[in-house]
Design a protein around this ligand. Structure first.
Ligand code: PLP
Length: 389
């Protein structure tokens, strides 16, 4: 309950709530199995290591990677993208080269590439979107050239909900030998992700947006790139041998997992994957689509309410503004009615500039939300209008 009302939680794109299975997996790990992994021969260390590596195998299955060592545990999508931007940048990007992103990127997939380009004398090319929130693909095709070193785009936009035609983009990019990184922070929670079918060279996501804990995420990378890239961080675990004058690095995936990893997070992520599997991602996606459809119809009927992002392929979130009412004011009143929506720039300031708005109100749905809750949001928006118009 919040403000003596049953909470309506529509901030799932920021983070999802956690099922009891995930919470128990974490507390169970600390109650029974807590130990540092990999370097121990004693019972607990071996047990924790086995559980950790079991989780890696299940992540591999979950995203259908070809090899378990293509799954790198990170602290989230942000770290996964930074890893690639940094290591790929060092290895492959130089003066005169280009990196392509889109205007609809989260800062996590914008700033790392912007900074790498600045550091390495490369140019950042930014694909625009159309009125519905779809990428202007003709622009993307035109931007792709032999100077393009990588394309980094979000699978599903956290602001507009647009599901990008990533398979087609990857196909065209590969024809020109351009690798593609997908920011899957939102995609992983709403669609079946099959990295081999998509052809993605890198896929980054966070556990906490898919019912798992915070502080854990995954970078999937194709073996040929991961083998080739220099390590991102240095320390324990990522080494094979260290001498005073040099170091031999460990094999994959450990080369990219310096230091004591987030074992509790991995246990929680494993529980979240099993939980999603039990419900079925197809079932989750179908129900969320129903919620999206219902909410879109309902909210579109409100006079002066503008929805940002009306792409045909869209995940279950709605960004909107109500007339000239500032999103923070709207969000504050909606909150007082027990409904959690997010307001602001959603970590996508270039996109807000492009849309020419200071921010939006965003209601993002998960499979545990209901149509009755959407009705409550509808009532709350009417209240906002009544109070502030
Ligand atoms: N990319 C997108 C599309 C997101 O929505 C988010 C988080 O909102 C991120 C990246 C960053 O995720 P994290 O903060 O979990 O690393």
């Amino acid at each position: 309950e919040v403000y003596k009302r049953p909470l309506v939680y529509f901030d799932n794109a920021a983070t999802t709530q956690k099922p009891v299975q995930v919470i128990r997996a974490i507390s169970g790990y600390y109650e029974k199995d807590n130990c540092n992994i990999h370097r121990g021969v004693h019972y607990l260390s071996v047990k924790a290591t086995e559980a950790y590596e079991e989780a890696r195998r299940e992540v591999r299955q979950f995203i259908n990677a070809s090899n378990t060592h293509e799954v790198i545990f990170t602290k989230g999508a942000t770290e996964a993208i930074n890893l690639v931007a940094s290591s790929f940048g060092k290895k492959y990007i130089g003066p005169g080269d280009e990196v392509i992103i889109s205007i609809a990127e989260h800062h996590s997939n914008f700033v790392p590439w912007q900074q790498v380009c600045m550091e390495r004398g490369a140019t950042l090319k930014v694909v625009p979107i159309d009125d519905r929130g779809d990428l202007v693909l003709e622009e993307l095709w035109k931007m792709m050239s032999d100077r393009t070193k990588i394309i980094a785009i979000t699978h599903v936009s956290n602001v507009l909900g647009t599901v990008k035609p990533v398979k087609e983009i990857i196909r065209r990019a590969h024809e020109m030998n351009i690798p593609v990184l997908l920011d899957g922070a939102q995609g992983i929670a709403h669609t079946v992700v099959d990295v081999q079918n998509l052809g993605a060279d890198f896929y980054a996501f966070s556990g906490h947006k898919m019912y798992g804990p915070m502080g854990i995420g995954v970078l999937y990378g194709k073996e040929k790139f991961l083998e080739d890239l220099p390590p991102y961080q240095m320390g324990g675990e990522m080494i094979k041998d260290v001498w005073i004058e040099r170091t031999d690095f460990n094999e994959l995936p450990f080369k990219f997992e310096a230091g004591t990893p987030n074992v509790e997070g991995v246990m929680g992520l494993l529980a979240a994957i099993r939980y999603i599997r039990e419900i079925g991602m197809e079932n989750i996606a179908a129900y969320e689509e129903e919620l999206l459809h219902y909410a879109t119809e309902k909210l579109s009927a409100i006079k002066d309410l503008k929805i940002y992002g009306t792409a045909q392929h869209k995940a279950s979130l709605i960004s909107f503004n109500i007339g000239h009412i500032h999103p923070y004011d709207a969000g504050t009143i909606i909150d007082k009615m027990g409904i959690a929506v997010r307001t602001g720039h959603h970590c996508a300031m270039p996109l807000m500039d492009f849309l020419n708005v200071p921010g939006t109100v965003r209601a993002s749905f998960a499979f545990y939300n209901t149509k009755e809750e959407i009705d409550k949001l509808y009532e709350a928006i009417l209240k906002v209008k009544e109070m502030l118009s």
